[in-house]
Design a protein around this ligand. Structure first.
Ligand code: HEC
Length: 281
């Protein structure tokens, strides 16, 4: 190691060593003060980990969870990224001045970024089977205040079964439309990400068959299982399930007619929304 190396070829020489970091007292009032805050934070974080997001986020229809999430993603990541710029200036562009703040920058970068990473583990909602089951058990306990647990479990099972059956119908309808795309009978709008219908195109979908599919999904499928969970068999059957059956029949009939004709005429009411290409005749 050469003490005469001022060109930067031996980077080790350029560390400023005038900052005393050893043999300084560590446990002092500021450390204890911030350690106490950290302890409170970690306790709350742990409680949050063991509980659903709702009670901790103060989330409501106006202030969604995303507003608070910004603190983690934007603030901590931004503060944590600063040292990268300092490091680039010091080591890549070989500027001497920032070396003085390099240690401080690295430490702050590590602390902010590490905090952001740890916070990630606490601010996302649990979507695993165990968390779902915890909510289901809670619901069953509520029903159990007045009904036997077997009765309550059976009622909720009806709802689960209804979702499964509705999704089977839905899958059949989606496949029917996707098959038309595949065989080129129905031109797939260019802005769809997959070779499948994009249900979120809503009523901007360019053909009747695709609009039927959308209504089947967002109107009749909803009524089917929500009606079931609300113990409204009449509503779930007539306004949900029966409508889904009708949708599927009509979609299949329209598909059969399209196959006979060799194409489906796209109406293109709103070509900007779907960028549907004109049908090949
Ligand atoms: C506070 C007491 C209470 C709670 C809690 C409660 N129920 Fe009920 N439930 C009743 C009463 C009382 C009736 C009968 C109402 C009537 O006959 O008009 C009833 C009726 C029902 C029925 C209709 C039964 C039939 O044969 O007509 C179903 C289904 C049902 N409850 C499901 C549930 C489910 C599922 C839960 C939990 C999510 C639940 N209940 C929670 C009191 C309760």
């Amino acid at each position: 190691m050469s003490a005469h190396d001022t060109a930067g070829s031996n980077l080790v020489n350029h560390w400023p060593c005038g900052v005393p970091v050893y043999r300084e007292p560590v446990i002092e009032t500021p450390l204890l003060f911030f350690a106490a805050w950290a302890a409170i934070g970690m306790t709350l974080a742990l409680a949050r980990r063991l509980s659903p997001v709702g009670p901790f986020s103060g989330m409501n229809d106006t202030y969604a969870w995303g507003i608070w999430k910004t603190f983690n993603v934007m603030t901590l990541t931004a503060l944590g990224s600063g040292p990268l710029a300092i490091g680039m200036a010091a080591w890549v562009f070989n500027r001497r001045e920032p070396h003085v703040v390099m240690r401080t920058a690295l430490l702050s970068g590590f602390l902010f970024y590490a905090t952001g990473l740890v916070a990630l583990g606490f601010d996302v909602g649990p979507l695993d089977q165990a968390s779902w089951q915890a909510q289901r058990d809670k619901m069953l306990k509520t029903c159990n205040q007045c009904h036997s647990s077997n009765f309550a479990a059976q009622q909720l099972q009806y709802g689960d079964d209804m979702i499964r059956n509705a999704d089977h119908l839905m899958a059949e309808a989606i496949r029917t439309v996707a098959d038309l795309y595949k065989s080129g009978i129905l031109p797939k709008p260019k802005n769809y990400a997959y070779p499948f219908p994009d249900l979120l195109t809503f009523h901007d979908a360019p053909t009747v068959i695709e609009q039927k599919l959308f209504v089947m999904y967002l109107e009749h499928r909803m009524r089917t299982f929500q009606g079931t969970f609300h113990s409204s068999p009449d509503y779930a059957l007539w306004y949900g399930w029966s409508e889904m059956q009708r949708d599927l029949t009509e979609i299949q009939q329209l598909a059969a007619e399209a196959r006979r004709a060799g194409h489906v005429a796209a109406v293109n009411v709103n070509p900007v929304a779907t960028q549907a290409s004109p049908p090949n005749k």
